[in-house]
Design a binder for this molecule. Structure first.
Ligand code: TXA
Ligand code: MG
Length: 318
């Protein structure tokens, strides 16, 4: 059943969403990665409302979405590295952390009071149309309650917030399925803050140099969203399973997955497909009335597998 606040993304609903955003209201919308909970990034009240709706700690800054690199340059101190990465990967699932410009109009709340801003240009067509129509920078964290699994369909967003949002723009299931790669290019050293489907190797090739990995302590300071327990279903998650234990729902990967696998993330062993299926699969088996835990077979720790294992590791922390 389609709920009252879910509307298929089309020119009319996109216009309605843009009007809502400009008037300070929140709108959930699809991006190629996950659904975002959007609000006018220049409006303190709208940003405060995002934090309140998600019950997100105020020290965890938000990603601002813009329609193109030109618009990004109004809010952040652009540099040569940002230019290279934007040319190679925008629009797309890459977030750049840069210094705020001195006259940056984006609410300081979106930067959690800091001097940097995370910014990206999403590739999803409806998201792009929405940003063009709205004509404002849109802050949008993943549209889930803080600490929970990110939504990859409009129904997932509804399951998180119900009728609390005036509008959920339904753009179908997200193609990428896990959140954008986050790279800090604000200083001399380039840090990979959050792995995603744009891999370290791809970034290093474009930049012609190595990326640094923040250690656990400074990493959390740099990017508080990387707190260990995150992306968590309500059931406990057990990694590197060889078989399902009593009461467990087993998620598998590849053609050799055990016969009692409930969902195979990719029968052909394709990591891109597994990433696209990951969060929907976790939500599907997160049923305490049916299972006591979720287990998952090993995922190769290379390429996109690194981002999948990063999310799974966080999902398994209690
Ligand atoms: O794919 C995505 O990035 C999705 C879609 C909706 O665009 N958004 C998303 O937002 O995942 P969120 O808020 O769930 O995750 C944002 C991550 C967090 O880990 C946060 O700590 C980090 O980006 N972040 C945001 N601003 C930052 C900043 N100024 N410096 C360092 N990290 C930042
Ligand atoms: Mg999130």
């Amino acid at each position: 059943m389609l709920s009252m606040n879910i509307e298929r993304a089309d020119p009319n609903s996109i216009k309605k969403a843009a009007d809502l955003l400009r008037s300070g209201k929140l709108v959930a919308f699809a991006t190629e990665t996950v659904y975002g909970l959007g609000g006018d990034a220049t409006n303190d009240k709208a940003i405060a409302e995002i934090f309140a709706t998600k019950a997100r700690p105020e020290f965890n800054p938000l990603i601002v979405h813009v329609s193109d690199a030109q618009m990004a340059k109004c809010f952040v101190e652009w540099n040569a590295r940002a230019e290279k990465l934007a040319l190679a990967f925008w629009p797309g699932p890459l977030t750049l952390v840069l210094k705020r410009t001195s006259d940056c109009k984006v609410s300081l709340l979106a930067s959690a009071g800091g001097d940097t801003l995370a910014i990206r240009v999403p590739a999803n067509k409806a998201a792009h149309a929405l940003l063009v129509d709205a004509g404002i920078p849109v802050a949008a964290p993943s549209a889930n309650r803080s600490g929970r699994v990110s939504p990859t369909t409009a129904e997932h967003v509804y399951a998180e917030f119900g009728d609390r949002l005036p509008l959920i723009l339904d753009g179908g299931a997200c193609d990428v399925g896990i959140e954008s790669t986050v790279v800090d290019v604000s200083g001399d050293e380039v840090f990979l803050l959050r792995p995603g489907t744009i891999t370290r190797e791809q970034l290093e090739e474009v930049l012609g140099g190595k990326l640094s990995t923040p250690d656990e302590k400074t990493g959390v300071l740099k990017s508080p969203g990387m707190l260990l327990s995150h992306y968590a279903p309500s059931l406990p998650v057990r990694l590197n399973a060889v078989d399902a234990r009593e009461g467990e729902a087993l998620l598998g990967f590849g053609k050799n997955a055990p016969h009692n696998t409930v969902i195979n993330l990719s029968l052909s062993g394709d990591l891109k497909e597994a990433a696209a299926n990951l969060f929907a699969a976790l939500r599907f088996v997160d049923k305490p009335e049916l299972y006591s835990a979720i287990s998952i077979t090993p995922i190769p720790d290379t390429g996109i597998g690194i981002a999948i294992n990063d999310r799974l590791k966080r999902a398994s922390q209690t």
